[in-house]
Unconditional design. Structure first.
Length: 311
């Protein structure tokens, strides 16, 4: 790695994001992994622009997060957005990867954990993503769980998501989040969303039905103080846009069987299962994913605007 640079390692805010935070305008953080690694080219760039456009149309400022040439950036210009979408050398960075990436002057797209950390560090209070990581199936054998969970347990940010990917262990993830003290509210639902599906079948303890009610929860948490942790707003994909549940269950069961037969384990499981869902549903899983992300981004922007307008 190169020698230490005198330049600071603090996140670099775009001029637009810096101005918005300084003047009290609403800002919504967006992850960049979906751009670099979650979608095929060139659609990934058009989706990145679309998501930023959804934030703007709701009256907020988008702050897409990434690391470019060893600088953590909160808010990207058009050329930087294009680079994240088009450069195959852009790595995938979780929270644990940030320090070595900055030291090595590397470039990478940020996952949920890295985005939440950098956004909160910059003073952005609302973050929209597709789905969180969670506890993996067969946890008892390999103890594999996403770094998202522990990071969210100590990062004070509101995260709007569509639950966790259905290839994971939903009940175990909810139990883990409870143990870590992470608050979850269902948006217009009494059940935790299933990412591709409107419902995972697992209940949530609290339901909110408007951005105003979400902001009331945020304000109550701020007033109470206590340990910093995320507020998860679990926003289900619309039933009309969800993946057909029967198709989902059949394809997932077959993919899990194939995974065991081929001896795929550890970090290889998730990409294999997601690829199988994509291929065996004819791309329908991807469309459900994008529908969920669009809904989350729009809701996050409404929450950010309401929070700014609420004394």
């Amino acid at each position: 790695m190169p020698q230490n640079s005198p330049e600071p390692y603090e996140p670099v805010l775009s001029a637009e994001v810096r101005s918005a935070l300084h003047t009290g305008l609403p800002v919504v953080a967006l992850e960049s992994t979906i751009i670099a690694h979650g979608l095929p080219r060139p659609r990934n760039l058009s989706v990145a622009r679309e998501l930023e456009g959804l934030v703007r149309s709701a009256g907020a400022v988008p702050a897409t997060v990434a690391v470019l040439d060893g600088r953590a950036r909160v808010g990207l210009g058009e050329d930087q957005l294009e680079r994240v979408a088009e450069d195959p050398a852009v790595r995938k960075l979780g929270h644990r990867d940030l320090a070595p990436a900055l030291a090595a002057r590397a470039s990478g797209a940020t996952t949920v954990s890295a985005t939440a950390f950098l956004a909160a560090r910059a003073g952005v209070g609302v973050f929209a993503t597709g789905g969180l990581g969670g506890v993996h199936r067969e946890w008892a054998a390999d103890q594999d769980e996403s770094a998202d969970l522990r990071l969210l347990a100590r990062t004070g940010i509101t995260v709007v998501c569509a639950g966790i990917k259905s290839i994971l262990d939903v009940p175990a993830t909810l139990q883990r989040l409870e143990t870590l003290g992470v608050c979850i509210v269902g948006y217009g639902t009494g059940h935790f969303p299933g990412f591709y599906l409107s419902s995972s079948g697992e209940p949530v303890d609290w339901t909110v039905r408007s951005p105003e009610e979400v902001v009331e929860v945020i304000r109550a948490r701020e007033a109470l103080g206590g340990p910093a942790s995320a507020l998860i707003v679990a926003n289900p994909v619309a039933e009309a846009d969800q993946l057909d549940p029967v198709l989902h269950d059949r394809v997932l069961a077959e993919a899990l069987d194939a995974c065991r037969e081929r001896g795929i384990s550890g970090q290889g499981v998730t990409p294999f299962l997601l690829d199988q869902l994509m291929r065996r549903t004819g791309g329908a899983s991807l469309e459900a994913n994008l529908a969920a992300v669009r809904g989350n981004v729009t809701l996050a922007a409404r929450i950010a605007v309401t929070a700014t307008d609420t004394p």
